[in-house]
Design a protein around this ligand. Structure first.
Ligand code: FAD
Length: 388
């Protein structure tokens, strides 16, 4: 057992995976979250288990990582996933031209693909647009956005992690330039106190820049909001994607009894100040109907928006769309002279375990700990164990 204590800020999927990894390596760990667990972007994402096919043309490395993490999550967190596969469909001449490069990029990224004759695709997915030109099956799937992180939190807590919800970090404790802990405010007891730490990990996603500002450090992060719309019917079994270079509203994810179309892409300075633009709803319906023509005639369930934690600086929505979907672990000791603080920025829910592994590897180097990561081989507790 290590004598070190690490504080993790942020109770989304990334923070959950980090605190689980820390405990498996025998490191004392406490997580603080300003609201309820998963109340940030994690509890509001689209719910797609990305096998990487969506990213393969642009970035083989990200695609390969998604595929590897999909295999790992299927081993350690089966109950939070549906292995329902994905179907990329070409709708027009331009899409058809994109098919060879799409398949080639998937193959080069280690992603299995299978072209399905259109007739067969329509038998498997009878609600699909009957005019689709090509259909390629890939190992995408559906993630339960709440259950997956709760499996990490349940396992971490079972292994002795401290988890404080409704406890925002309001500042940092320092000794000279080194960070030695966090100052928090417990919203339940209305008590302010400090938590000492040998290292603080900032896993606050789209809020990461606001948190590092409290330590007088700037970090390149762009909150990129996107809208999703759900209707009350499961219109497909597989995740249906428009086979084209990425754009708005090109993925329909089936989730329990719902079908969810998403998303759009904006940029904002404040991830707390976002609302669904009215026009997004009709635009999402228009895009969904191109894939599944009866989508917009189903009963409306909900529309919501969440902010992507995009790693990198972007001043416009178009710049934000072009930012990589990769993640970075930032050692503020090395970059800003603020020892004791590490941030993880970017990424996506599918690769939360890999994000945690690289972050905790960096933490271990700083603390002189040699324990290796075992999260890829350790089955997680059921999500219900968090409440029981
Ligand atoms: C529209 C959209 C669709 C997406 N769809 C998918 C998808 O289909 N598949 C996929 O793999 N990924 C998807 N993503 C990406 C994925 O949702 C995110 O990458 C992931 O949820 C980020 O998790 P996180 O834990 O890093 O951040 P968050 O879940 O945002 O967690 C950060 C936490 O930090 C807390 N916090 C902030 N400030 C403080 C403070 N001062 N003190 C304490 N706590 C604080 C917040 O309350 C929050 O809970 C999507 C994202 C968006 C926006």
């Amino acid at each position: 057992m290590s004598k070190h204590h690490v504080v993790v800020i942020g109770g989304g999927g990334t923070g959950g995976a980090i605190i689980h990894d820390l405990r498996l390596r025998g490191i004392e760990a406490t997580l603080v979250e300003r609201g309820e667990l998963t109340s940030g972007t994690t509890g509001r994402h689209h719910g797609q288990l990305h096998c990487g096919a969506r990213y393969a043309v642009k970035d083989r490395a990200i695609a390969r990582e998604c595929m590897e993490e999909t295999y790992i999550l299927k081993r350690i967190a089966r109950e939070s996933l549906e292995a329902n596969y994905g179907l990329f469909v070409a709708l027009n001449d331009e899409d058809e031209e994109h098919v060879p490069i799409f398949i080639q990029s998937c193959v080069e990224s280690g992603i299995p693909t299978k072209e399905v004759p259109v007739k067969h695709a329509l038998e498997m997915e009878p609600n699909l647009n009957p005019d689709i030109r090509r259909a390629i099956m890939v190992p995408d799937g559906t993630i339960d956005a709440w259950r997956l992180p709760l499996q990490f939190f349940a396992s971490a807590r079972h292994n002795g992690a401290g988890i404080h919800t409704f406890t925002p970090v309001t500042g940092f404790r320092s000794s000279g330039k080194a960070i030695t802990g966090v100052q928090v405010y417990d919203l339940k007891t209305r008590r302010e106190f400090t938590i000492a730490a040998d290292l603080v990990i900032n896993a606050t996603g789209a809020w990461a820049g606001q948190v590092t500002k409290m330590a007088d450090v700037e970090i390149p992060i762009t909150p990129g909001p996107g809208t999703m719309v759900a209707v009350r019917k499961r219109l497909a079994n597989m995740v249906i994607s428009h086979l084209h270079p990425a754009g708005d509203g090109d993925i329909i994810v089936p989730q329990r009894g719902l079908s969810i179309i998403g998303t759009t892409q904006y940029r904002t300075d404040d991830p707390d100040d976002i609302a669904v633009p009215e026009e997004d709803i009709s635009e999402m319906y228009r895009c969904a109907d191109m894939l599944i023509p009866t989508f917009s005639s189903q009963k409306y369930h909900a529309a919501w928006i969440a902010a992507r934690p995009l790693a990198g600086a972007a001043s416009t929505a178009d710049d934000a769309r072009n930012l990589s979907r990769d993640f970075n672990v930032v050692d503020h000791g090395e970059i800003d002279g603020r020892e004791g603080l590490v941030s993880v920025i970017g990424g996506k829910a599918t690769v939360l375990r890999a994000m945690a592994e690289q972050t905790v590897d960096a933490a271990c180097v700083k603390l002189g700990i040699t324990e290796c990561c075992t999260t890829a081989e350790t089955a997680l507790l059921p999500h219900r164990a968090y409440s029981t």
